[in-house]
Ligand binder design. Sequence first.
Ligand code: GDP
Ligand code: GDP
Length: 434
Amino acid sequence: MGNIVAIVGRPNVGKSTLFNRLTESRQAIVDEASGVTRDRIYGKAEWNGVRFSVVDTGGYAVNSEDHFEEAIRDQVLIAIEEADVILFVVDVITGITDYDQAVSEILRRKAKNVIIAVNKVDNHQQIPEASYFYSMGLKDLFPVSAINGAGTGDMLDHLVKTLPQQTYEEDPEIPRFTVVGRPNAGKSSLINALIGEKRNIVTPLSGTTRDSIFTRYNKYGHDFLLVDTAGIRKKARVHEDLEFYSVMRAIRAIENSDVCVLMIDATRGFEGQDHKIFSLIERNRKGVVVLVNKWDLIEKESNTAKNFAETLRAQTAPYTDYPIIFTSATEKTRIFKSLEEAVKVYENKSRKIGTSKLNDFLLPIIENYPPPANKGKYIKIKYITQLPSGVPTFAFFCNLPQYVKEPYRRFVENKLRKNWDFTGVPMNILFKKK
Ligand code: GDP
Ligand code: GDP
């Protein structure tokens, strides 16, 4: 669980090409089940059975031209703080640049696990040139070609060995919640309102994941672990405003929890950054509760909340089945309700439906509205079963799974959601050969 690899390096060295190569196969599996569109910055990878997340830091625009170096430096520092392994990409054709020197110096001083990918080594003849990069003083260096894949296997063998072992002293029965959102949305205020000043801690559990601490609480009759991100604990960081920073922070917290409480600021609406965090939650297949906070500051008419909720759901469509709660962390309005909803979403996420119940309900619907024939062939769904998984996952066994299209996947998902409560929970729908 929860290993993050961050790809750093200057523009044009091949970071996004390498990102695609690393995430292609694993992400395809995730995407197939979820219908979520691909993300070019954050994805899942797997090598030798080891899973990890990959973030391409180059996907985050560095705004000011003038302060380019400073901004890049900041990004590298954040990546070092937040990721388990840094994959530093350089380009064999251009050789070592000033930027590469500067970054390698930071990495030498501050980073624990660094791997250098000397990219664009498309053939054997270029391998000797790759070794010039040893002069940067970092030892784990691999000549690779992101385009044709050469050398990436050796690099990945080493990479997965470098990933820290993640072991938790954790009780799987206790739900893990986290509060995420843009800076100033009200996360710390919510946590203070919810749990007070550490008075109700049962036992502090330290996750081995850096900067992410599970604290166990027993409040209002609920037992839960709160995944506290350092972003919440250490306030007023210099780079708190950088989108890259808050996204990196959110990734770790999200990956470590079951249900994410996404806080948005009612006075700002649902912005780009909120959207990014929402999709991170969705693509990690975690439960979600959306809190529209600072609701005390909004002038209300009869339909204000309803309209806000409708607009919000329209923005996250087709995923619209999640709770939205209007809160005020400072006035302590609906704080308890937020916790209740998170618990409910956790229960929904764990819901198991028996095979006969599933088939009794779905087969008649499918009979009436079968998947459209494709290439002159009828698709026949024979039976449905829920697979054991942390996320509700339903396998539809049929003769020609490859011909079932996204709209039909949505159709059956909506039917499932109408009949059983899966509010706030992502769902995997798989069509399998039988
Ligand atoms: P980024 O800006 O670091 O994300 O770089 P990109 O992945 O966008 O790649 C920049 C350019 O380098 C593109 O034209 C790629 O096709 C090219 N490129 C990437 N990897 C390789 C490689 O392994 N060999 C060669 N010859 N070109 C590559
Ligand atoms: P964080 O960065 O997400 O942890 O946000 P904070 O909890 O530090 O809150 C940022 C600012 O918004 C602080 O000045 C809070 O007092 C204020 N704030 C948080 N929640 C509310 C709320 O519900 N209503 C109002 N009016 N202000 C709030």
